[in-house]
Design a protein around this ligand. Structure first.
Ligand code: IPM
Ligand code: MG
Length: 357
């Protein structure tokens, strides 16, 4: 059966890295009867420049109609002074929110070949294989009320609201426990329950849901401690579940354990495993257009797409093995380069993955 994939390259390095992932998908179309039809559209600053909004209703509809979405990255200096309502990031947040992609899976997996690329000692990160499950459509990112208001004394005050309803916590808890069941059966729920009531409720619901998964060992950890433990002893973690903002921060931190943020893929799923797939990193405007960005996180995100939305575990593994082979050959983009390795460009490493499929 033919599946449709919408590619939204976005801004900065987005177009360069998604092209490489599309190369890989097209190659599988030919070699393995993948049978997907790829279409492309604008998101972020690229959409703003043409349409005056970071995501048009038409593109939103196309995203809803597609079987899966592959997104590059959004944002850049050029659009930083725009009103917050039309900033590139809003396009991405609208996609996540309207499609109810509440479960963001960010696997921090260290390819053994990259143990020397991390800024942490190889013995600290060698063998690292953890999964961050980040709630993606609630929390302080979306809570109302929000804004900047003027107080009686004339001073301005910025405010956001950190809210989670029980149902929102429950559904992400089930995703996390299910993921833990398929992995090492250890789940760490990260909160700030010593200070914030919203995460006190989060903790209570996690304990409730834990009763359905007696085989999973559940631990609670405050976010400040989790940040420390991630660099002190990252291998203690199997699955981490946390809210939107803590997950945003901890996943960037965890990415460095894998050698580079250029290695961290992600899947954002709804209740039916329909999803949007994107690298966890940003648009890196400083290196955009230079053909030096690392496309592997995007290529690995395409692998996650095959696994979760298109139900082709065989091809997901094929891509992951091809990435491992490319690393075996010593090919590295600048961000993961180390002494003795061959430095290659964005397109060269993409071609190499296709060759290794
Ligand atoms: C991410 C990004 C986004 C986020 C930005 C671009 C809105 O940092 O996917 O982690 O904060 O969620
Ligand atoms: Mg982020």
């Amino acid at each position: 059966m033919t599946s449709s994939v919408l590619v939204l390259p976005g801004d900065g390095i987005g177009p360069e890295i998604t092209v490489e992932a599309v190369k890989v998908l097209n190659a599988l179309n030919k070699s393995d009867n993948l049978d997907i039809v790829i279409s492309e559209d604008l998101v972020g600053g690229a959409a703003y420049d043409v349409h005056g909004v970071p995501l048009t209703d038409q593109t939103m509809q196309k995203a809803k109609d597609a079987d899966a979405i592959l997104l590059g990255a959004v944002g850049g200096y050029k659009w930083e002074s725009l009103d917050i309502a039309v900033r590139p990031e809003k396009g991405l947040l609208r996609l996540r929110s309207e499609m109810q992609l509440f479960a963001n899976l960010r696997p921090a997996y260290l390819f053994a070949q990259l143990a020397d690329s991390s800024t942490l000692k190889p013995e600290v990160v060698a063998g690292l294989d953890m999964l961050i499950v980040r709630e993606l459509t609630g929390g302080i990112y979306f809570g109302q009320p929000r804004g900047i208001r003027t107080l009686e004394n004339g001073e301005r005050q910025g405010y956001n609201t950190y809210v989670y309803a029980e149902a929102e916590i429950k559904r992400i808890a089930h995703v996390a426990f299910n993921a833990a069941m398929k992995r090492g059966k250890k789940l760490t729920s990260v909160d700030k329950a010593n200070v914030l009531e919203v995460t006190e409720l989060w903790r209570e619901i996690m304990d409730e849901v834990a009763k359905y998964y007696p085989e999973v060992e559940l631990k609670h950890m405050y976010v400040d401690n989790a940040a420390m433990q991630l660099v002190l002893n990252p291998k203690q973690f199997d699955v981490i579940v946390t809210g939107n903002m803590f997950g945003d921060i901890l996943s960037d931190q965890a990415s460095m354990l894998t050698g580079s943020i250029g290695m961290l893929a992600s899947a954002s799923l709804d209740a039916n495993n329909k999803g949007m797939y994107e690298p966890s990193h940003g648009s890196a405007p400083d290196i955009a257009g230079k053909n030096i960005a690392n496309p592997l996180a995007t290529i690995l995100s395409a692998a996650m797409m095959l696994r979760y939305s298109l139900k082709r575990e065989d091809l997901a593994l094929k891509i992951e093995n091809a990435v491992a082979s490319v690393l075996d050959k010593g090919l590295r983009t600048g961000d993961i380069w180390s002494e003795g390795m061959t430095k290659v460009s964005t397109s060269e490493i993409g071609d190499a993955v296709v060759d290794c499929l």
